[in-house]
Design a protein around this ligand. Structure first.
Ligand code: SAM
Length: 283
């Protein structure tokens, strides 16, 4: 496990993923009954944007560094504000110094009745996450393989909830592992929401994944994508990223159709950025 998310925290992919994550969790919070959040690849939960890793990669200035309340259109701002609040204070130059990972975002939105499980296989990262959580007794950190955890923790007691599957994609076969994990989990917990992040590097691999999802028979699946650099696709580099959303909350599509044009325009690295929301199954 060489992947360290500290190099990538706050980059365009995090912004895309975390805004969608925030919106889904806010939808879940609209009903009083508790929900469960399961994060299969949680990371450390909070990142220092002035730290050595973030400085060396230089990724966040082209991600969260470009998202400021001042450049968000008025109709989009209410959808982004909860995420910006979770990102927190900015320095004198208008940039945040810290960046929340998915566990911090989920903890920031979950209510006392909700329960959260954060799975992280890297021992150092799992320990940092546990330390950062302090005494949050709604949440537990487990040092475990994310796919083993998915099988073990699904179905939860709650009928409602979200599983975020956000692996590092450093091993071959990650698409297959995500697909198998999703299909097995959905069989046991068909009412859960599932969000699967993936990189847009290899169009063929993504098309194959989408076709396998269609063939899985899972009834409601949306595919959301953001492309920020078409030129990267030609050379097998990261051109954008996507999320597979199973059982997305009602209303999320309309929100995404407002949010994604702003993100494509703001985060693009080779004009023009683009986005899509398409239903692979249902709707
Ligand atoms: N979800 C986090 C967020 O949005 O802030 C970022 C997660 S990062 C992309 C992937 C994480 O998965 C890394 O922290 C890595 O150490 C961890 N990891 C790698 N292989 C894993 C596995 N098999 N099971 C669980 N975690 C794993």
């Amino acid at each position: 496990m060489n992947y360290r998310h500290a190099f990538h925290a706050g980059n365009f992919a995090d912004v895309f993923k975390h805004i969608l994550l925030t919106r889904i969790l806010l939808h879940l919070g609209r009903k009083a009954t508790p929900f469960r959040y399961i994060d299969t690849h949680a990371g450390v939960g909070l990142y220092n944007l002035q730290g050595d890793e973030a400085r060396r990669s230089g990724e966040w200035p082209r991600g969260i560094g470009r998202i400021t309340p001042g450049n968000v259109p008025a109709d989009v701002l209410p959808l982004i504000e909860p995420y910006l609040d979770l990102v927190g204070p900015r320095d004198g130059t208008g940039c945040p110094t810290l960046y929340p990972g998915s566990p911090s975002i989920a903890l920031g939105i979950a209510r006392p009745q909700d329960r959260l499980i954060f799975c992280e296989l890297h021992p150092t990262d799992a320990a940092s996450l546990r330390k950062g959580l302090g005494r949050a007794n709604r949440a537990k950190v487990v040092e475990i393989d994310g796919y083993v955890a998915l099988n073990a923790y699904v179905p939860p007691q709650e009928r409602r909830g979200l599983v975020l599957i956000d692996p590092p994609f450093e091993e071959r076969g990650e698409f297959e592992a995500m697909l198998d994990g999703l299909v097995a989990a959905h069989r046991k917990w068909p009412t859960g929401i599932y969000a699967l992040w993936y990189p847009l590097k290899d169009r063929t691999a993504v098309s194959r994944f989408a076709n396998q999802l269609i063939a899985s028979g899972i009834p409601r699946i949306a595919q959301v994508e953001l492309v920020i650099d078409w030129t990267a696709l030609d050379v097998g580099k990261l051109a954008g990223c996507g999320m597979i959303l199973v059982n997305p909350p009602f209303g999320l599509e309309d929100e995404a159709r407002l949010l994604l044009p702003y993100l494509a325009k703001t985060l693009t690295q080779s004009e023009p950025g683009s986005w899509q929301w398409r239903w692979l199954a249902g709707e």
